[in-house]
Design a protein around this ligand. Sequence first.
Ligand code: DON
Length: 309
Amino acid sequence: MAELEEVLPALAEEMAARTDRGEVADYIPQLRKIDPGRFGIAVALNDGRVITAGDADEAFSIQSISKMFTLTLALGKVGDALWRRVGREPSGNPFNSIVQLEHELGIPRNPFINAGAIVVTDVLLAGHQPREALGEILRFIQFLADDDGIAIDREVAASERATGYRNFALANYMRAFGNLQHEPQLALGVYFHHCAIAMSCRQLALSAQFLAHEGRNPATGHSVVSAERARRILALMLTCGHYDGSGDFAFRVGIPGKSGVGGGIIGIVPGVASIAVWSPGLNENGNSRLGSIALEKLTKAMNWSVFAP
Ligand code: DON
């Protein structure tokens, strides 16, 4: 098998030279400013090694990758009761689509599309002020990465709030169906801010490592979730983590993953490693174009797949 220490720098070099980088998300004005030429990758192995290449220590907006953390927290809070308010099926629609919500009476298809993530945030708000709920989410991520330096980019949050008409539409619609317990502006205030958390590839790979290690962080020894829950979160990532591009990602990359419009992707090789990649240009489904390609090449080179022993 190839050596990661050789594969990663070669991959970063290859990606830096490519010109087909996709388009940076422009519907959140602050994200428009990001240099599309960036590329970073970090692999946190269960044996304790962390191997990086490219811009792996530069913080970027994690956006929808935060939904993996909020889902984990909400399951800790209400357990399987969550599934009365959110489904577990791939949507086959874009991440911000509203069409299914009417047919399905305000119950979002899964916790990773925007509507589902807003319901998950609403669950985390119960009994808290928005500031407390947000603090809980941020502290959880800092705890997972064992890094207090992780912070929210307030300008990105403000920029999204100012232009988040679709998310307001989704939240209002679900509130009308009785599937949002707080006023839309409260749930969305927390949602926009957790999407605006900024992390580097290294921090992200470390924070998600519990999913590669049966629910326990191999670096700190902290137990985060049960092994069964880790498997279920991974199942949702595989089937829903890339929206209507989830099937293609599973086909090409072969591992569970979660993307964000900031151009980050987290991928998990169960029992082996957690991988974070960042390239800001997106493909037609709103997932990092070169990030997906790099993960495809990496899993192929390392012979990593959840579909092989
Ligand atoms: O709600 C939004 O539109 C963004 N805060 C997050 C969207 C996102 O990252 C979709 N993922 N590819």
